[in-house]
Design a binder for this molecule. Structure first.
Ligand code: AMP
Ligand code: FE
Ligand code: FE
Ligand code: ZN
Length: 279
């Protein structure tokens, strides 16, 4: 039985490999299906899909959408939406701008703390991809303020260090609605230690389709808990490595943490029906 990895980042956001490089690595690691899930952008989907077609790796439309869950930043995975849906593309454009504004705010906070850092240095680090805190971390490492990205998150960029981040992402309800409006499926990314059972039920009430049961950050008990919740609520169950590249501080579970093709088939079936209903 084949396997899929439905959570992978590229240079279109904060990953290290280009979208063109990922399918070949996927094939080497025994993956038949992948989804590129960059933060708030689908720019990597089209080149990855073309590269995948050439070597027989199927690439599903995907994105990891940031949203506001009760004033907390949250990650929602979306799959198999229409990648040309104008309303959905407009939402991604809004989030691209929200990311820039947020990085500017973060850089302002660091400047107030006496660090010499400029938003253009951070944008250069992203090299045209969607900006994020890992790009700020790279600048802080290069300038010698910290020894590693991990240290940058602990000292300056983590939610504890920054406090509530000023951001302008859509609410979780709106995120779910708009992904479904584009014919896509909605999966809560790495619920891990982020949510209580009641909070996951709030997501389900908002129309969530599934849980990322298996993830590089989940221990056995967490996987068991999310599998049981998914079964109880008849939700899809996915798995993803959240691969960002092999560099320092990144997770290397590529080809190890996966989704079964049976779940991929269920996901496709659901979104096929959704597209029929929405047209
Ligand atoms: P942002 O998209 O700006 O909210 O940044 C979140 C991203 O930062 C995550 O997707 C990870 O790639 C990365 N990240 C989060 N926490 C850490 C950490 N402690 N060390 C290294 N990278 C992290
Ligand atoms: Fe990331
Ligand atoms: Fe995430
Ligand atoms: Zn991710």
């Amino acid at each position: 039985m084949g396997k899929a990895d439905l959570h992978i980042h590229t240079t279109a956001s904060d990953g290290r490999l280009s979208p063109e490089e990922v399918p070949a690595l996927a094939s080497e690691n025994g993956l038949e299906v992948i989804a590129i899930t960059d933060h708030d952008t689908i720019d990597g989907y089209f080149p990855a899909s073309e590269a995948g077609e050439r070597i027989g790796v199927e690439v599903l439309p995907g994105v990891e959408l940031t949203c506001d869950f009760n004033s907390r930043e949250s990650h929602l995975l979306a799959y198999c939406f229409d990648p040309e849906d104008p309303d959905f593309l407009q939402l991604l454009a809004h989030h691209k701008k929200a990311r820039l504004d947020r990085i500017e705010w973060i850089v302002g906070q660091l400047t107030q703390q006496g660090l010499d850092i400029d938003k253009n240095e951070v944008r250069a680090e992203a090299a045209g991809g969607n900006v994020g805190r890992p790009h700020v971390a790279s600048v802080l490492v290069k300038k010698g303020y910290v020894g590693s990205a991990k240290e940058a998150f602990i000292r300056y960029l983590g939610n504890h260090a920054l406090g509530p981040i000023q951001s302008y992402y859509v609410s979780h309800e709106e995120a779910v609605e708009r992904i479904k409006g584009a014919g896509g499926a909605t999966i809560l990314a790495h619920p891990g230690v982020l949510y209580s059972r009641e909070e996951i039920e709030q997501w389900i009430d908002a129309g969530l389709d599934g849980l990322e049961v298996v993830h590089s950050s989940h221990n056995y008990d967490q996987q068991k808990k999310y599998r049981e919740m998914a079964e109880q609520h008849n939700l899809l169950m996915t798995g993803g490595s959240d691969y960002h590249g092999d560099g320092e501080g990144y997770l290397r579970n590529f080809g190890v943490i996966t989704t079964s093709l049976a779940q991929v088939e269920k996901l496709k079936q659901m979104t096929r029906q959704r597209k029929k209903i929405s047209v």
